[in-house]
Ligand binder design. Structure first.
Ligand code: NAP
Length: 291
């Protein structure tokens, strides 16, 4: 069984990006600059944004963090986005989701200029992805494609089952895996909460990508012998033996599924670090696109 190490792969990608940044600077170009907008005090969102800012430092990007209270009006947030869209210094930016209930996420996503949308959530980028045109790919699915590619997981002609159909993970993931491209070319089945005979479907997967947000939902009896299993889920569960008082688990029962799988991502250290690496790759691409 191969443990697909997202932490090591993400470090390797960061080294590659840092080298490219050094080359840009040696040619007198400016430092790539990523901005992040964080609304409110959600613990997980703060952790993700801080990790993104830290990753920028590691690769030599400039980063700007804009923090606002969760009572910010929708219009005030749209004004911030407008300023970032028009700021020549900023190459790309993200608005950390989820947003407070009174703010329309779709309105916010649509307001981000597609050429700065390094999260890849704008309809223009999603549409380009469907057409197999160059675009910013949504960070988590892009990171998973990178993992499959860098671990030489055979995908062409394989049956890939994607569990979950969210706009940020499951749906774009299914599109990417079905594309006529390297690290894709699969026959894809997408499942969701209304899917019948779920186990029958997941057991037929050569590649099983799980993004349902249900702690340790996938057990060994749902997985085919020798399958590749990608666990996107992240859940904090109380654990007083840990310094922080919690530990992270995924949507997959790791220990029992690892015994059956030929390759599997752990949680933590699997998909999570790759999401950040993809964001950095998209930001570097935004800089290159400006030329
Ligand atoms: P989401 O928006 O809550 O969507 C969950 C999807 O799973 C929905 O489409 C839902 O179906 C489907 N679902 C629920 N129960 C199911 C079942 N029993 N069988 C099959 N499908 C089922 O979640 P998300 O944003 O995609 O995130 C999923 C998980 O990934 C979460 O744990 C999240 O924290 C994690 N995540 C991790 C990263 C990372 O970087 N590692 C990034 C993003 C998300 P319906 O559409 O029918 O409701």
């Amino acid at each position: 069984m191969i443990k697909i190490d997202g932490k090591a792969t993400s470090s390797k990608i960061k080294e590659e990006i840092a080298d490219e940044v050094k080359q840009l600077l040696s040619k007198g170009k400016k430092q790539p600059h990523l901005a992040a907008v964080l609304i409110g005090e959600d613990g997980a969102s703060k952790t993700y944004v801080n990790a993104k800012v830290k990753a920028c430092e590691q690769v030599g990007f400039q980063s700007t963090l804009i923090k606002k209270d969760d009572d910010i009006s929708e219009q005030a947030l749209l004004d911030i986005i407008d300023t970032l869209n028009n700021d020549e210094e900023i190459d790309g930016f993200i608005v950390q989701l989820p947003l407070p209930k009174h703010i329309d996420e779709h309105k916010v996503t649509m307001a981000i200029a597609p050429e700065k949308d390094v999260d890849g959530f704008h309809p223009t980028n999603l549409g380009k992805m469907l057409l197999n045109l160059p675009s910013f790919l949504p960070a988590t699915p892009y990171g998973i494609v990178q993992l499959l590619d860098r671990y030489n997981i055979e995908t062409a002609g394989k049956h890939c089952v994607v569990m979950g159909r969210s706009h940020i993970v499951g749906s774009p993931m299914s599109v990417l895996m079905a594309r006529n491209a390297t690290s894709a070319n699969c026959t894809v089945t997408i499942t969701h909460s209304r899917t019948q005979n779920l186990k029958e479907i997941t057991k037929s997967a050569d590649i099983l990508i799980v993004a349902i947000g249900k702690p340790e939902f996938v057990s060994a009896d749902m997985v085919k012998e020798g399958a590749t299993v990608i666990d996107v889920g992240i859940h904090r569960i109380e654990d007083n033996s840990k310094k922080k008082g919690f530990r992270l688990i995924g949507d997959v029962k790791y220990n029992e599924v690892a015994e059956k799988a030929s390759a599997i991502t752990p949680v933590p250290g699997g998909v999570g670090p790759m999401t950040i690496a993809s964001l950095l790759m998209n930001t570097l691409q935004a800089v290159k696109n400006k030329k």
